[in-house]
Design a protein around this ligand. Structure first.
Ligand code: AMP
Ligand code: ZN
Length: 469
């Protein structure tokens, strides 16, 4: 079944496919690393993660790039306030971000480039823009993109329809440098006193790149001049993504991203959750209040990505109940008699309607509704003893349920890991090591020991899983 997704550019729900017929290549604008990410940011990152899972469980390969914004006004200002170098400061927050992503079970992107590591690529893109007549140098050494020179400017955010004037653009992009027209935006910012030691040499003197150019340079480096999909929260549609299109298409003449996927905001009492408004919750804030990570992930998936979602502790409580139901169901099907546990392949089996719902414009809310309907029905049938006629059927059920949890990125691993005795885990790790060094005899001996202890080890490409026999 094809995967349909709304495209901000055409304002239509369109089929997702790989341009090259093989791998869906996509770019997600990553965090600005100057503090902990909040659950609003994670709404966007979790939805992007599910987007990837939908593709992969539907049999497509992916190549996922997410950048780190590690130089801008905020990172410079905050690092100075703490008396740290920019690198020390942003590294700390980048590590915290990665730890939070791991907790939330976000798949690791195939590439995670940072702006500071790609200054030459950004300079060379600016040079090409100047050569093409789409950018100019101001008297202070800053370089600006000449919006007037890109006739298609404003198509993504429908500037003409919104009748935004150049004055409004100027307010939205607010920066204090010299430029010809209020609409023009900075590609390169000449060094200012406040920048301290945070500057790079360039053909236009010392300075640093603007925010928009980093994403054009890095996305094209890792994905090519034209790629399948570009994504971020809705606040990035204008000006960030509009500007990325202008910068990239001015030099390549090609369609930059073929599909634009934007996620509506997580709100708190009617306003966007954001660092600048100070109405944010981090993962730690939520865990400190006694909630689990799966509950956060569930809450973030409980509404359609096209609609704003309100964050409340009541909805977190509802998420807690929902997760408990799923965990109970997992236990119930695990305790149903069967010798072998689930297969590692993705097969939805009785849960196919859940996958079908999510393939329709990634409606996670509808898909979760279908999941609970099925969980209720199957539970009742299991309790009455009239669900399955044997181990095969139960295995199909387990495989289907595991596939569905993978699709949403939910896991009850804490429970699972506690249940595996430390000794068995150690043997499994030793067996994995033995396999890596092609010591098949040792690997087989460890497998035997594991089996004797009542566990089955299952391998996937890069890891293994332990299942109760
Ligand atoms: P930032 O760290 O501010 O650059 O944001 C990282 C990502 O989070 C971007 O894709 C933003 O669009 C997104 N984002 C920021 N605030 C929210 C929010 N309240 N709800 C959903 N996404 C958000
Ligand atoms: Zn970006």
């Amino acid at each position: 079944m094809p995967f349909q997704l709304y495209d901000t550019f055409t304002r239509e729900v369109r089929e997702m496919y790989a341009m090259d017929g093989d791998t869906v290549r996509f770019y997600c604008c990553g965090p600005t690393v100057y503090g902990p990410a909040h659950v609003g940011n994670f709404r966007t990152f979790v939805l992007q993660d599910v987007f990837r899972r939908v593709l992969e469980t539907n049999g497509l390969k992916t190549y996922h790039v997410r950048n780190l914004t590690d130089v801008d006004d905020k990172t410079i200002r905050e690092s100075q306030a703490e008396g740290l170098s920019l690198g020390e400061f942003t590294n700390r927050w980048a590590q915290r971000f990665q730890k939070d992503c791991e907790l939330l079970n976000l798949m690791i992107p195939h590439a995670e480039p940072s702006a500071v590591d790609h200054i030459p690529e950004q300079i060379s893109l600016i040079e090409r823009l100047i050569e093409a007549g789409n950018a100019y140098q101001a008297s202070d050494g800053s370089v600006y993109f000449k919006v007037e020179a890109f006739a298609k400017y404003g198509r993504l955010s429908r500037l003409a329809e919104r009748e935004i004037t150049t004055n409004e653009i100027s307010r939205e992009t607010s920066d204090e440098y010299e430029r010809d027209s209020a609409a023009d935006f900075a590609l390169w910012k000449a060094r200012q006193q406040d920048d301290g030691e945070n500057y790079w040499e360039s053909p236009w003197g010392q300075g640093r790149p603007g925010w928009h150019i980093e994403c054009s340079a890095m996305s094209m480096k890792y994905l090519g001049e034209s790629f399948d999909l570009h994504s971020g929260g809705v606040d990035l549609i204008f000006p960030h993504h509009e500007n990325e299109i202008a910068q990239s298409e001015s030099v390549t003449g090609k369609t930059f991203a073929r599909h634009w996927f934007h996620i509506a905001h997580l709100m708190v009492e009617g306003t966007k959750m954001s660092k600048s408004l100070g109405n944010l919750y981090t993962l730690d804030d939520i865990i400190d209040r006694g909630y689990g990570i799966q509950e956060v992930r569930y809450l973030l998936l409980s509404g359609s990505y096209r609609q704003p979602l309100n964050f409340t502790f009541d909805s977190l409580k509802a998420a807690q109940k929902a997760i408990k139901k799923l965990a109970d169901f997992a236990k119930k099907i695990d305790s149903s008699a069967s010798p072998l546990g689930s297969s590692l392949a993705t097969e939805f089996g009785p849960f196919l309607p859940v996958q079908q719902a999510i393939l329709k414009d990634m409606n996670t809310s509808d898909a979760l509704g279908k999941l609970f309907g099925l969980v209720r029905e199957i539970s009742e049938a299991l309790s009455k003893g009239n669900y399955a006629n044997g181990a095969g059927e139960i295995n199909r059920l387990r495989t289907g349920f595991r596939s569905v949890l993978d699709l949403f990125g939910l896991r009850f691993s804490e429970e699972k890991e506690e249940a595996v005795p430390a000794e068995v885990k150690k043997w499994a790790e030793q067996r994995w090591q033995a396999k890596q060094s092609k010591d098949w005899t040792a690997a087989d001996q460890f497998r035997e020991k594991i089996q004797q202890a009542g566990w089955v080890v299952k391998d996937s490409k890069d890891s293994f899983e332990l299942i109760k026999a």
